[in-house]
Design a protein around this ligand. Structure first.
Ligand SMILES: [Zn+2]
Length: 238
């Protein structure tokens, strides 16, 4: 045992980290497949829980390195960071969004996966700083209400992470539109966060089209609640 716990993956997390690297690499392929990203934009991360650290401070996250082409994504290329965003393992610098992902994991213990994209329609709502109103049953199912807008925040410190947490904590939504930036989504694991990113873009597109045709009809709160409860109980994470 060495005295460098934050500079290498602890032996008891080796298998979990390697599994997460494969899963996160595979899930990155979903972003271009669903046309959520261009060039190297976008990232998926997953938390690796350290069961020897009940307060979560020993947890790690696996994420894509900065500037890596989607054609070059492999499990081995993924990087590992601690929940302060420090690199623990990897040959490349972590994604420039790592601090935001790390802040979410550090402050929302229930979150196991985070996804960020600049998907076109969700980002268009973010550019207007306008929440997506809950006018579709699939929105009630997945997000339990409107998709909210988070504050304008500059990349480079933890202000994006803070804005995500302040907006989503206590909200049923798994997606937040960071103003003038784009969507961040969360889930119990990385796959659930990817699903939320795909559905966020889909509802952003459908509601945008609806708005071009007239005023979308709101769904009564009691129906939103019933749809959300049913969907989460039947299909939701356990
Ligand atoms: Zn971004």
């Amino acid at each position: 045992m060495t005295n460098t716990p934050i500079t290498e993956v602890p032996a008891h997390l080796r298998a979990a980290v390697d599994a997460a690297k494969q899963k996160v690499a595979d899930l990155h392929a979903e972003l271009p497949r669903w046309e959520l990203v261009v060039w190297t934009a976008g990232n998926v991360s997953e938390r690796v829980r350290d069961d020897r650290s009940p307060d979560g401070t020993g947890d790690l996250l696996v994420i894509k390195p900065s500037g890596l082409s989607y054609d070059d994504i492999t499990a081995e290329a993924m990087v590992v960071c601690d929940l302060e965003g420090n690199l623990v393992e990897g040959d490349r610098a972590p994604s420039s969004d790592t601090a935001a992902h790390a802040y979410v994991y550090a402050h929302m213990p229930e979150v196991g996966g985070v996804v960020h994209t600049h998907s076109t329609y969700a980002t268009a709502w973010a550019a207007r700083g306008e929440e997506i109103p809950c006018v579709l049953t699939m929105m009630a199912d997945e997000f339990g209400g409107p998709v909210p807008v988070g504050p304008f925040a500059i990349i480079g410190d933890d202000s994006i992470g803070r804005g995500i947490v302040e907006t989503l904590r206590g909200s049923r939504s798994k997606a937040v539109l960071m103003q003038n930036h784009g969507p961040f989504t969360i889930g119990g694991d990385a796959k659930a966060a990817v699903k939320a990113a795909v559905l966020c873009e889909e509802v952003a597109r459908a509601v945008h089209v609806s708005c071009q045709l007239g005023e979308p009809l709101p769904i009564a709160q009691e129906h939103v609640d019933a749809l959300y409860d049913r969907y989460q109980n039947v299909y939701g994470q356990r």
